[in-house]
Ligand binder design. Structure first.
Ligand code: 13P
Ligand code: SF4
Length: 314
């Protein structure tokens, strides 16, 4: 029987044909596809690994493939390029950046280090390679508390996310100077969103990302990285969950837990940069082997030292 031609049918047929071409070319190129938890559902579905920043960089460090197609934002592809200099790292849309990562540059960091000579610099992975190269330790939202706990210095300069820094300081009791960066997407999540969702779904737990404002974190049951949110959702005692992070993660949560209910905390929590990656762009990047993300060797070696110090702790 022939299906009626609707927009949805046309899109589904196109996606199926794109997927087929991508998977064939991926094999021919000896490539792997890494996708962040915030990617579009159709991108997550073709990926070899869907994960948080830490898992994706660990996978990049260990792979035997020759090409990584990084479905995420620029700093994530750059981290893969820092760890795997002999591989070709493709970012299917070179404009997929992270506004937070651009809230501090290397010169601003050097100036701040002169003001705080005794402080250890702990840098969120959401940062440029040049900034990582000026740092002592890198960290992600999954290991920030452990990394800061392991630092011997009395004082820590934490960049660029003031909110993740505030959360880590509250957990470790360390004296931390915070750079005033933030994630524009997580800033859109407000305390009143939690109050409303709790009223609408009284049995639901609330989990948020530590990039959220402290007032939001204070009202949640748990604050954790994106993959931490996936583990929390899988717990036996959780059947309904209000999800306080970028909406792309809901696709993975529903796929892994088909019998549970997931409620986005706010329809505003969308990262436009994460959504720039589409199936078409993934195919084109594999066809043309472009855009390539590369880090100059001098910067790469210094940035790698900060990333390696993190990977040694986790
Ligand atoms: P995760 O490391 O928790 O995946 O977070 C990355 C990110 O960009 C959050 O906005
Ligand atoms: Fe950057 Fe926020 Fe987007 Fe994450 S969600 S990539 S921190 S802008």
């Amino acid at each position: 029987m022939k299906l009626p031609v609707t927009e949805m049918n046309v899109a589904a047929t196109r996606n199926a044909s794109l997927e087929e071409k991508i998977l064939k070319l991926k094999k021919d190129r000896n490539a792997i596809i890494l996708a962040h938890n915030y990617q579009r559902g159709e991108i997550q579905d073709i990926a070899d690994l869907v994960g948080d920043s830490l898992e994706l960089s660990q996978k990049a460090a260990k792979t035997s493939a020759e090409v990584i197609v990084f479905c995420g934002v620029h700093f994530m592809a750059e981290t893969a390029a820092i760890l795997c200099p002999d591989m070709t790292v493709l970012l299917p849309d070179i404009n997929a950046g992270c506004p937070m990562a651009n809230m501090i540059n290397a010169e601003q960091l050097r100036q701040k280090k002169r003001e705080l000579p005794g402080a250890a610099v702990v840098t969120y992975v959401n940062s440029t390679a040049e900034v990582k190269a000026e740092s002592d330790f890198c960290c992600t939202s999954a290991n920030g508390v452990r990394v800061v706990e392991s630092v011997d210095n009395q004082e820590v300069l934490f960049i660029p996310d003031q909110y993740l820094g505030h959360y880590i300081a509250s957990k470790t009791g360390k004296k931390m100077t915070l750079w005033p960066g933030y994630c524009p997407t997580h800033l859109r999540i407000l305390p009143e969103d939690i109050v409303r969702r709790r009223r609408e779904h009284p049995r639901a737990r609330v989990v948020v990302h530590p990039e959220c404002r402290p007032e939001v974190i204070a009202l949640a049951d748990e604050a954790t990285s994106t993959s931490g949110i996936c583990r929390y959702a899988a717990r036996e005692d959780v059947s309904e969950l209000v999800v306080g992070t970028e909406l792309g993660i809901i696709h993975r949560l529903r796929k892994e837990n088909p019998n549970k209910k997931f409620i986005p905390i706010s329809e505003q929590a969308i990262c436009p940069n994460m959504k720039l990656i589409t199936l078409e762009k993934v195919l084109w990047s594999l066809e043309e082997m472009s855009p390539v993300v590369k880090v100059p060797e001098g910067i790469r070696l210094k940035a790698k030292a900060a990333v390696d110090r993190m990977l040694a702790i986790v």
